[in-house]
Design a binder for this molecule. Structure first.
Ligand SMILES: Cc1cc2nc3c(=O)[nH]c(=O)nc-3n(C[C@H](O)[C@H](O)[C@H](O)COP(=O)(O)OP(=O)(O)OC[C@H]3O[C@@H](n4cnc5c(N)ncnc54)[C@H](O)[C@@H]3O)c2cc1C
Length: 414
């Protein structure tokens, strides 16, 4: 079977691009070894974070670093036995997290975060599911006045120049907005413009359905069978071999497995994360997602309950799950709002695909004709899926890209 484009990886990033290309009139095969949206894109916090222009930097405060080194804080955890494997990524991440590095990443982030709401709106409207995009933003709440003050200073300095909109809420305003929040919360920041979802998997599946309705094919196959041919690329699928002139690698945390044997340096690390759903007690409820900022985890109202999502776990992608952070945050979540028991016996685990400079890899592969890259969206793969789809869609079809793709090129590591 011959197509215009093969997209490898049916997470939110690959599926959004497949839909975008189908809307541009291209014939596309979307290839995954499993179902669309069943891996990292399944279990995230569901935020489409237009405000998140500043990258999550590696901390530099010595006391905090010591606490992290001793695995004492719920927001970060690491596997000591994986230290040797993850050290090169951690070292590069640390180096890129100085002030100059953060500002460089923020400048490159601005156009893609600036486009994220409109691009998801476009795709969701096409898929007939615009109502899945819950407006109203999200809340960053604080237990200590001092932390709120500090984050507000950073917000004024770092985010106002990018036009990020927010409101500061004192305790009564916060409780008026979210009556189930308890007294431990002293105030918060309301990011007013982002969207959130109550089922991230459902959005990917809706984009996949629309893609297929436009004539796109979703096929089961192993991306590792990718072969370069005289006039493009081919992959073996359960339906038979498929080929195309262009091929996009959208394999999220698995992208390096394919690209390293092709001779590319892909210094990706993963920040693993967990979620579990909790049943709210009585008629307790949340209207918007809430970040318990002094502890470092989120509570998100979702279809299956209040989703608690953990911070970062630094470990090898394939090491066994250690959902310690979920056990650590659950008592804090119970302080914030009335909760019953867990919905699932075992927490879900995913791996955020992170480049050391916290910028995604998007654009042409430096040394292979017709090979395109779209991965490494770190904490913001859901947020950026639509912006990335438009950028790659424009580049692959030869249109002028809406922003200069140079900062996202894999050439920066090669
Ligand atoms: C706890 C947590 C909370 C998060 N919260 C948010 C949030 O609120 N907002 C946000 O924007 N982002 C969030 N993220 C990040 C976001 O989930 C990821 O950046 C995003 O899901 C990455 O999408 P992807 O399509 O690149 O990867 P994936 O969803 O992992 O998709 C990759 C696909 O490739 C397929 N694949 C892999 N290997 C092969 C192979 N050999 N052959 C065929 N197919 C293959 C997989 O089956 C998979 O479907 C969060 C992440 C975590 C872990």
């Amino acid at each position: 079977m011959r197509f215009d484009v093969l997209v490898l990886g049916g997470g939110i990033v690959g599926t959004s691009l497949a839909l975008d290309l189908a809307l541009r009139g291209r014939t596309v095969a979307l290839i995954d070894r499993g179902r669309p949206g069943a891996e990292t894109s399944f279990g995230n916090a569901g935020l489409i974070q237009s405000e998140a222009v500043m990258p999550y930097a590696f901390p530099r405060d010595p006391l905090l670093l010591l606490q992290y080194a001793l695995n004492l804080k719920p927001e970060a955890h690491y596997h000591i036995k994986d230290l040797f494997k993850i050290a090169p990524f951690m070292a590069r991440y640390f180096m890129a997290s100085n002030r100059a590095g953060q500002l460089k990443t923020a400048a490159a982030n601005a156009p893609i975060f600036g486009a994220c709401l409109a691009e998801h709106r476009r795709l969701a409207r096409e898929a007939g599911v615009e109502a899945m995009l819950r407006p109203g933003g999200w809340l960053k709440v604080f237990r200590k006045e001092e932390s709120l003050r500090k984050v507000l200073e950073d917000t004024r300095r770092d985010l106002e120049p990018f036009g990020v909109e927010y409101a500061v809420l004192d305790k009564p305003a916060l409780q008026a907005m979210e009556p189930s929040l308890s007294d431990v919360v002293v105030g918060g920041i309301h990011w007013t413009t982002p969207y959130s979802l109550n089922d991230p998997e459902a959005l990917t599946l809706a984009y996949a359905r629309r893609f297929e309705a436009l004539g796109g094919r979703f096929l089961s196959g192993n991306a590792m069978s990718l072969a370069e041919e005289r006039d493009g690329w081919s992959v073996k699928t359960e339906t038979g071999p498929v080929s195309a002139r262009d091929c996009v690698v959208a394999l999220g945390p698995w992208a390096p497995d394919l690209l390293r044997p092709m001779g590319y340096k892909v210094p990706m690390g993963v920040k693993r994360g967990y979620h579990v759903h909790m049943r709210p007690k009585g008629n307790a409820a949340l209207g918007l997602p809430v970040l318990d900022a002094d502890v470092g985890y989120m509570l998100v109202p979702m279809a299956r309950g209040i989703r608690l999502t953990s911070g970062a776990e630094f470990a090898h992608r394939d090491s066994p799950a250690t959902p310690r952070q979920i056990d650590m945050i659950e008592p804090y979540a119970r302080e914030i709002m009335p909760l019953e028991g867990r919905v699932e016996a075992q927490p879900w685990k995913g791996a955020r695909p992170c480049m050391p400079d916290m910028l995604p890899v998007m654009g042409k592969a430096p040394r292979h004709k017709g090979l395109w890259l779209n991965f490494g969206h770190a904490h913001h793969g859901l947020t950026l899926a639509g912006s990335a789809a438009r950028l790659l869609g424009e580049m692959i079809t030869g249109e002028a890209p809406y922003t200069d793709p140079a900062p996202y090129s894999l050439a920066r590591f090669n």
